[in-house]
Design a binder for this molecule. Sequence first.
Ligand SMILES: NC(=O)c1ccc[n+]([C@@H]2O[C@H](COP(=O)([O-])OP(=O)(O)OC[C@H]3O[C@@H](n4cnc5c(N)ncnc54)[C@H](OP(=O)(O)O)[C@@H]3O)[C@@H](O)[C@H]2O)c1
Length: 264
Amino acid sequence: MVITGASGGIGRATALAFAREGARVALLARNRPRLEALASEIRTNDHREGLILAADVCSPVEIQKGIEQVMDRYSRIDYLINGAGVIFFNPFLELSLEELQAMMSVNYFGTATCIRAVLPVMLRQRSGHIVNIASTAGRRGFPMETGYCASKFAVVGLSEALRMELNGTGVGISLLCPGIVDTPMSRDFLSLPGIREEIRPISADRIAFRILDMVAEKRVESILPFSTKLVIRLNSMAPRLADWIIRKRVNRIAALISKSAAQP
Ligand SMILES: NC(=O)c1ccc[n+]([C@@H]2O[C@H](COP(=O)([O-])OP(=O)(O)OC[C@H]3O[C@@H](n4cnc5c(N)ncnc54)[C@H](OP(=O)(O)O)[C@@H]3O)[C@@H](O)[C@H]2O)c1
């Protein structure tokens, strides 16, 4: 199996969970030392070997080479977990064009690039399963996350359309849309004083177990936590009411941010 974003919070937890189940994991991200540390942890815990693929998902050449390495070593790929991602928070006009492009490049094009490299293998095998990690921000817009939402909406669209195309091929695709997860990506946000009384982040381990479940049951989509799933469902029927609910929470968070900025 191949896990992108393996040097980060969710990718790491997912690699450990799958290795515990006996999977042979190929760990893909740019930070080689972190991948090496994870591979050695997997070797110690589970006596499994983790193949290190130090590659950038924005480079189709590096990704193709990485997938060739996986095929040389394991001769098949049963799962692809697309977890590589970046986020830049800011009001829309304060995001630079480079930041907007980076989110689209990594989150959407990176996901598409990895699928394009792995899918021919899975189609030849007539089996395989892909999990795309989008976000609740891929199902509903949130302020300060315009560029991130756009990139994750793109991942959602890709996943739904490809699911239809792949029907009957033996290759499945699942879409995972988590809310805030306790990982390095959300560390700055979650370290704001008082924020954890407002938001209870999901643990990366819980996300990893959800991914295990999704591939075992070939689930089409999973949105968590349940409270955000309800707001997303409500959004399709009453978007202004969903705006109101989200705005109330965002205002409370904005108050915490200004309070923390005012502190010396
Ligand atoms: N944390 C959250 O609250 C949350 C919520 C919903 C969805 N998600 C999504 O879940 C996924 C995993 O996020 P996380 O929370 O685990 O974040 P994280 O800890 O920051 O990890 C992000 C991972 O993406 C990799 N990455 C970034 N740019 C890359 C590139 N160009 N090429 C290859 N790898 C790259 C990073 O590795 P290198 O830097 O080593 O390349 C790292 O392994 C992301 O898609 C994120 O959008 C996160």
